[in-house]
Design a binder for this molecule. Structure first.
Ligand code: ADP
Ligand code: F6P
Length: 322
């Protein structure tokens, strides 16, 4: 006896590259195992509007390489309320859905956890560029976002060196400095400003000045949006160091474009794993990889545990950026 025969899936919160690859994996993995699959459009809002439709093999063709999400995404206020969550659970039951896969970030996981407490079998997949989900090495979309930032910094270096300027690059990451950290290390940024580590703009300015005196022709300062606006930091850096500064806010560029092969592979593995776990009768779990191995963790634990910041990588970046 299988514990699910008809499942649904939705994407929710900020989209991320690789969500489509995850949708494809869930749909194809379920159909391969003889399970019916329904796609819910517009996240939890679509669930409340009963906006769901059957998905077949061809409905997920030609999407593995596309950014965004064919299921659309949304932020739904009503789903924060117990009444909204109860309506969502009722809608799934009414349509005979006995398992739900939620692809999204921390907020979307909280919604899935609430549904699970109402008796719905749920599985979460970490779809966010922020990499702010605990109990997984990486989230789907993070690798692509970092590569976009690195590519932008490569270009900025050319012009900043020609003019002997500093480049302040503001990147996404609401409460998490991982995009800044990984992109900063990969692009040789001189300073990486993240919400997890205190910093002193005067000290950074002093170091920048010294480095210019020693012959550096440019300086890359990467700022996670969680620490404040890049233009404020740029103004202070320019004032304290006397070095001309320019700000680049990469914004939503970081959330678009084709996913990297790493994100496609992660999404494919996790999507298939979520279906397998639902079939085995697991519920209320978040899927992830730890040291590359597929794992599930109680969603409750995931949403109440802050992801560790990788100080080893941070210190390495500092050591190498002299
Ligand atoms: P992300 O999933 O990317 O973190 P949000 O935080 O915006 O994005 O959450 C996406 C949606 O998940 C919200 O619009 C809301 O519908 C639902 N959600 C967020 N937090 C909760 C919560 N505490 N309880 C129930 N649903 C929630
Ligand atoms: O959580 C993903 C994220 O891209 C954050 O990095 C960013 O702060 C936020 O979403 C932006 O949200 P919106 O798409 O609503 O502007």
């Amino acid at each position: 006896m299988r514990s699910v025969n008809k499942i649904a899936l939705l994407t929710s919160g900020g989209d991320s590259q690789g969500m489509n690859a995850a949708v494809r994996a869930v749909v194809r993995s379920a159909l391969f195992r003889g399970i019916e699959v329904y796609g819910i459009q517009h996240g939890y809002q679509g669930l409340l509007n009963e906006d769901l439709h059957p998905m077949d093999l061809r409905s997920v063709g030609d999407i593995i390489q596309r950014g965004g999400t064919i299921l659309q995404t949304a932020r739904c206020k009503e789903f924060h309320t117990p009444e909204g969550q109860r309506r969502g659970a009722d809608c799934l039951r009414k349509n005979g859905i006995d398992g739900l896969v939620v692809i999204g970030g921390d907020g979307s996981y909280r919604g899935a956890n609430d549904l699970s407490k109402l008796g719905i079998k749920t599985m979460g997949l970490p779809g966010t560029i922020d990499n702010d989900i605990s109990f997984t090495d990486f989230t789907i979309g993070f690798d692509t976002a970092v590569s976009i930032v690195v590519d932008a910094i490569n270009k900025l270096r050319d012009t900043m060196s020609s003019h002997e300027r500093s480049s302040i690059v503001e990147v996404m990451g609401r409460h998490c400095g991982d995009i800044a950290l990984y992109a900063g290390l990969a692009s040789g940024a001189e300073s990486i400003l993240v919400p997890e580590v205190p910093f002193d703009v005067r000290e950074i300015s002093g170091r920048m000045k010294e480095n210019f005196q020693k012959g550096k022709r440019h300086s890359i300062i990467i700022v996670a949006e969680g620490v404040g606006r890049g233009d404020n930091i740029a103004r202070q850096l320019q004032e304290y160091s006397g070095i001309d500064a320019r700000v680049t806010v990469l914004g939503h560029i970081q959330r678009g474009g084709a996913p990297t092969h790493n994100d496609r592979i992660l999404a494919s593995r996790l999507g298939d794993f979520a279906v397998q776990k639902l079939i085995e009768g697991d519920s209320g779990k978040a899927c992830g990889t730890i040291k590359g191995e597929l794992v599930t963790t109680d969603i409750e634990q995931v949403v109440t545990t802050k992801k560790d910041f990788n100080m080893e990588l941070y210190n390495l970046a500092i050591r190498l950026a002299q």
